[in-house]
Design a protein around this ligand. Structure first.
Ligand SMILES: *Cc1c(COP(=O)(O)O)cnc(C)c1O
Length: 394
């Protein structure tokens, strides 16, 4: 298939003809990526600050990752976790447990973010014998029928009523509200330490600590959804480390495989399943585990956590400077590390389109906010370029 000789429009037409209807992508066809750059079918170059919704953590076609995947593909791709052990899976789980918060040394490996949360919710039901789940307004936890009840956005949820009963939502950051909502019927509180889809809202100072206490007082579990904020994106392995809070279960995906589909639920010993209580055909396959293991090792060997903290701070300062220059256009800048958002006064779509026109890919979050979730390897020079394009566009 020679993608370079066919125009974007042809692929757009072909994909649209067979697509499910669930998506409305922009009429641009990406065919190649390298580092923080991507190219469309016409050969136009872009800087990728969306990374497939925070996925391409190491940039595109990182040599260590592509080599590991190719090597594993030619060695062994599949071993059912329910039947046999595997060297790569074992090494990956041990490595993930090593970087996880203290006491979290068990891992259920799945294939996506929503599955990583399904697993945690099942653990909470088993452990507590209760069914209540308290989640947050503006939260996003996926779209399977079990997680949909926790996802806030009505257009995602309401067409599918009735959902699993027992879910409630509280304003994010409001200690009083969550204290009222958590009862002896609550199996778990499920929160993102930094709300992602909702528009990049970090938990206010001290909030998660209080939530942890409230959970403990009521015998409820604390499940933190770090599908978007985890794996280094905020300059620490996990965003909960900024609040010094250890959850009972931690849900991961997105940057975990940096492009290879994989999800993981990391949890404490006492939440372990009994035989047969959960499972996944693909979950824990050596190909995905090898990719995720390589992602962790590369973040360590390239010292990326420190880089993310530094370049993230630099990026945020640049955005704040643009906000100062454009008080009529920008309302607020939010985020930590390389998980940043700009809240606009008017609709954000024209700005996103103009950025794209000028070779910068960012993501919408709400109708009046855009997100920057670049690769962890983005340099200050590349950030400068993004900022100057944004400056022009504004
Ligand atoms: C993306 C996301 C999910 C869902 O992940 P999928 O891989 O799309 O199922 C869940 N929670 C958060 C916080 C996310 O950002």
């Amino acid at each position: 298939m020679d993608t370079q000789t066919q125009a974007s429009a042809d692929w757009v037409a072909l994909e649209t003809k067979h697509a499910s209807g669930a998506y409305a992508p922009k009429p641009i066809t990406f065919v190649r990526g390298e580092g923080v750059r991507m190219w469309d079918a016409e050969g136009k170059e872009y800087i990728d600050c969306g990374t497939g919704i925070g996925v391409a953590a190491l940039g595109h076609a990182h040599p260590a990752l592509t080599k590991a995947i190719a090597d594993q593909a030619s060695t062994l791709m599949t071993v059912a976790a329910g039947y046999y052990h595997n060297d790569v899976r074992a090494a990956f789980m041990a490595k993930l447990a090593q970087i996880a918060p203290e006491g979290m040394n068990r891992v259920f490996v799945s294939n996506s973010g929503t599955e990583s949360i399904e697993a945690a919710l099942k653990m909470a039901k088993l452990k507590t014998g209760r069914s209540g789940v308290v989640a947050a307004i503006r939260g996003f936890h996926g779209r399977t029928m079990g997680t949909l009840g926790a996802t806030w956005k009505k257009t995602y949820r309401e067409p599918f009523f009735p959902l699993i009963p027992g879910y409630s939502h509280v304003p994010f950051g409001d200690v009083h509200a969550i204290k009222e909502a958590v009862t002896q019927e609550t199996a778990a509180v499920l929160l993102e330490p930094i709300q992602g889809e909702g528009g990049i809202y970090p938990a206010p100072e001290g909030y998660l600590k209080k939530v942890r206490e409230i959970c403990d007082e009521n015998g409820a579990l604390l499940i933190l959804d770090e599908v978007q904020s985890g794996m280094g994106r905020t300059g620490k392995w996990f965003a909960c480390e900024h609040s010094d809070v250890v959850p009972d279960a931690l849900c991961l995906a997105k940057a975990l495989g940096a492009g290879m589909p994989i999800g993981a639920t990391v949890f404490k010993d006492e939440l372990s399943f009994d035989k047969g209580q959960h499972g996944s055909t693909y979950g824990g396959n050596p190909l995905a585990c090898r990719a995720a293991l390589t992602v962790i090792e590369t973040i360590e060997s390239e010292n990326l956590l420190q880089h993310i903290a530094e370049v993230g701070e630099y990026f945020k300062e640049g955005l704040l400077a643009l906000a100062d220059l454009n008080p009529d256009k920008i309302k607020e800048v939010r985020g930590i590390g390389l998980m940043l958002a700009v809240q606009t006064k008017d609709k954000v779509a024209p700005i996103l389109n103009a950025l794209l026109e000028n070779g910068v890919m960012a993501l919408g979050a709400t109708p009046t906010s855009m997100r920057f979730l670049p690769s962890f390897i983005i340099s200050k020079d590349e950030v400068d370029h993004v900022l100057s394009v944004l400056d022009d566009v504004l």
